[in-house]
Ligand binder design. Structure first.
Ligand code: FAD
Length: 318
């Protein structure tokens, strides 16, 4: 028979959103239980320098996440190294079954399972991630001041990333596998009007070259099949993100891309008592600090929800 653990607040995910929710939840005496998932510390554990976390001039991603974890534990959050394999949000207390068999019953839940960038799937791309290959211009654009970079993609994100990179790079080459972009016309006009931007149509990236950093790309023409080199110092992959929401299909409302839907400006999901924070519900900002901010909001909402529940029967009786 499996163990059942009871908690006022279950947090699913250990990125900046999850750990921040744990800090606020613990300080509100909710004695939160946080399940870390497959990637303890979340996306920042696969990056090097983070230069935009408030209060830190520069800090390595894994070190920052170790600090957030230590802070969450220090204030009393209970952290479990396991994966949530199944949830039942149809009644309260909510239930979560962990991969190891443990069952958690929770009065409230914060979903902070994050998202991951889609990559091209090249070995050379994986090898050079964090060494010139990135999926986040906001995070890494600053490191390419005066350099030449390429962006891969054809949607609004790719165009916005390319335009943002023109603030730093001397030249930005946007590579798209078709002969027209999916991005909206206003974005396209801004892109084509920018003298730093050059388009490469009908091409895919078949290799990223370089040893300790990116020195160039090998492009393959999608029409002729011909390969040719392109010298760049960095590659930004902007072909979309995937929110980690498979577990919640049919249980929480999502948009067509699988991001959890929340009431505007709040972490409130379609199920009262279940909240969402961070990249799992945010396809616009995708930053550690915004995820942390949403984690804070979600914990405050969980606390309010429980306080309201505690007072509800008395109000009804009055
Ligand atoms: C290479 C890289 C560099 C970046 N650099 C920066 C930067 O410099 N500055 C910046 O602000 N942002 C940066 N970002 C973006 C930033 O990392 C994200 O915006 C942020 O981590 C989102 O936090 P989150 O808590 O929402 O989710 P994530 O960090 O994605 O964490 C999700 C968590 O959910 C867990 N999880 C998933 N499924 C389950 C499950 N079933 N059960 C239990 N747990 C589960 C995972 O294990 C993980 O711990 C970078 C991202 C990448 C990929």
């Amino acid at each position: 028979m499996s163990d059942v653990r009871r908690t006022k607040l279950l947090i699913i995910g250990s990125g900046p959103a999850g750990y921040t929710a744990a800090v606020y939840g613990a300080r509100a005496m909710l004695e939160p239980v946080l399940v870390e998932g497959l990637q303890p510390g979340g996306q920042l554990t696969i990056t090097t320098d983070v230069e935009n976390w408030p209060g830190e001039t520069a800090i390595m991603g894994p070190e920052l996440m170790a600090k957030l974890r230590a802070q969450a534990e220090h204030v009393g959050a209970h952290i479990i190294s396991d994966i949530v394999a199944e949830v039942d949000f149809s009644r309260r207390p909510f239930r979560a079954v962990l991969d190891g068999g443990e069952v958690i019953e929770a009065e409230t839940v914060i979903v902070a399972t994050g998202a991951s960038a889609r990559w091209l799937g090249l070995d050379s791309e994986t090898r050079l991630r964090g060494k010139g290959v990135s999926a986040c211009a906001t995070c890494d654009g600053f490191f390419f001041r005066g350099k030449q970079v390429a962006v891969v993609g054809g949607g609004n994100t790719a165009v916005e990333e390319a335009l943002f990179l023109t603030n730093f790079a001397s030249k930005v080459t946007l590579i798209h596998r078709r002969d027209e972009l999916r991005a909206d016309k206003t974005n396209q006009q801004r892109l084509f009007a920018n003298p730093k931007v050059e388009m490469v149509w009908n091409a895919t990236v078949s290799e990223v070259t370089g040893t300790d950093g990116v020195s160039g790309l090998v492009l393959t023409d999608t029409v002729t099949g011909e390969a040719r080199p392109l010298a760049v110092d960095g590659l930004f992959v902007a072909i979309g993100h995937e929110p980690a929401t498979g577990l919640f299909a049919g249980k929480l409302a999502m948009d067509e891309e699988g991001y959890l839907l929340v009431a505007p400006g709040t972490p409130v999901t379609s199920v009262p008592g279940v909240f969402a924070a961070g990249d799992v519900t945010d396809k616009l900002y995708r930053q550690a600090v915004t995820a942390a901010g949403m984690g804070c909001m979600a914990a405050l909402e969980a606390e309010r929800f429980l306080a309201h529940q505690a007072h509800a029967p008395q109000q009804q009786a009055a």
